[in-house]
Design a protein around this ligand. Sequence first.
Ligand code: ZN
Length: 270
Amino acid sequence: MSETTGTVPRQEAAITVLGGPTAVIDLGGLRIVSDPTFDEPGPQGYLTKTAGPALDEDALGPVDLVLVSHEAHPDNLDERGRAFAKAAPLVLTGPVAAGRLGPAAVGLPPWTGHSVPRADGGGELTVLAVPAVHGPEDGERDADGNVNCEVTGFVLTGQGLPTVYVSGDNASIRTVAEISRRVPDVDVAVLHAGAARVPAKFDGRPLSLDGRAAAAAAAVLGADTVIPAHYDGWAHFSEGLAEIELAFHEAGLSSLLCTAPHGTWVRLPS
Ligand SMILES: [Zn+2]
């Protein structure tokens, strides 16, 4: 199911999580990086990073596309991650974040798509922006009407490719259900599943999925492959891989969960 990256050659269809939210998605001949974070451990404002990435920027080589779920929080886009995104040929994110990220960024409102030519001769890869709710549904809304802040999830589709959903920081099963209704054939789900909590926000309630909610999300989506992300590397997670694995076990869904050491590929079903 997985192999060591070595020099990080491009894979036919595989994903590796580097730590925190950062995932490398090789699909359709393209190298895509979601929520790039490459800083060393240390304090980042009100958050504390406890581990650096399994691979640094240079090990990835040129990338084709960066997905930024939100730019407002340093655990999803730190300083080196921001520089990495700004150097990429294309960044897809939400409209508010795009305004802050500069010319390479295209802001996609929920349910709008952006297609890019594939490098494997297979036509196009389409990225659909999908909603995400970064806290409890009844949480206080910001000036743009978002709980916590604007967050964008992404669904990647292409002829002959597995359909990949990247959740971003989302705590809402209702939102996952809406995505499942509109995109009924998700094969692979990259779920931010560390149940992030910050005492000052929403009475400390989760800002992202916990293990049980991730298992529920996997069931609702009908995904065959679930790759957890954003459950370690920062001090504000209330669940880690052990809790996620237990939750999938208790739900009888352990067979869906595909984990590998950070920096190690998980091959995707074709
Ligand atoms: Zn966040």
